[in-house]
Write a protein that binds this ligand. Structure first.
Ligand SMILES: [Zn+2]
Length: 146
């Protein structure tokens, strides 16, 4: 029951299986709308010292800013910090997601910060599947562990 009210959700990375926490909220909620209305009212009284219809524009701008902030926060929390896997990008363009993971793995290899960290639990290709892939002749299999 309490898990419904938590802002963050515990889960595992789909690629490296490391535990992570992502934000649940993708869009603004009713509280954000009330907050934007309050900010618009405060802004209205600070700027014009009376009721002014231009506050509606301020309200809409506040809504847009909060929506963008919540969206960016969710989008950044979805990307795995260990391996760089981005599930949203993977759905749109799997090749670009694979390139991103490869780049992150290169960074992990070269950065001394990761020397003593726990190794990633990366998926490995079984021997039979590796042979099948090589026999197809599509591309070159560099390593059985990705
Ligand atoms: Zn990961």
């Amino acid at each position: 029951m309490f898990s419904l009210f938590r802002k963050r959700h515990n889960c595992y990375c789909a690629f490296c299986k490391s535990p992570r926490r992502i934000y649940r909220k993708k869009n603004i909620s009713f509280l954000n709308i009330i907050g934007s209305a309050l900010a618009a009212v405060v802004f209205m009284f600070v700027l014009w010292q009376q009721y002014d219809p231009r506050a509606i524009i301020v309200f809409v701008v506040c809504l847009a800013i909060s929506e963008v902030f919540v969206k960016i926060r969710w989008r950044l929390s979805v990307v795995c910090r260990q391996c760089g896997f981005d599930p949203v990008l993977y759905l749109k363009d799997p090749e670009a997601a694979a390139l991103k993971v490869k780049d992150q793995l290169v960074v992990r290899q070269q950065d001394p910060k990761y020397l003593l960290s726990r190794p990633l639990n990366l998926p490995a290709i079984p021997a039979e599947k590796a042979k099948a892939l090589q026999s197809k002749g599509k591309g070159r299999l560099v390593s059985r562990s990705i």
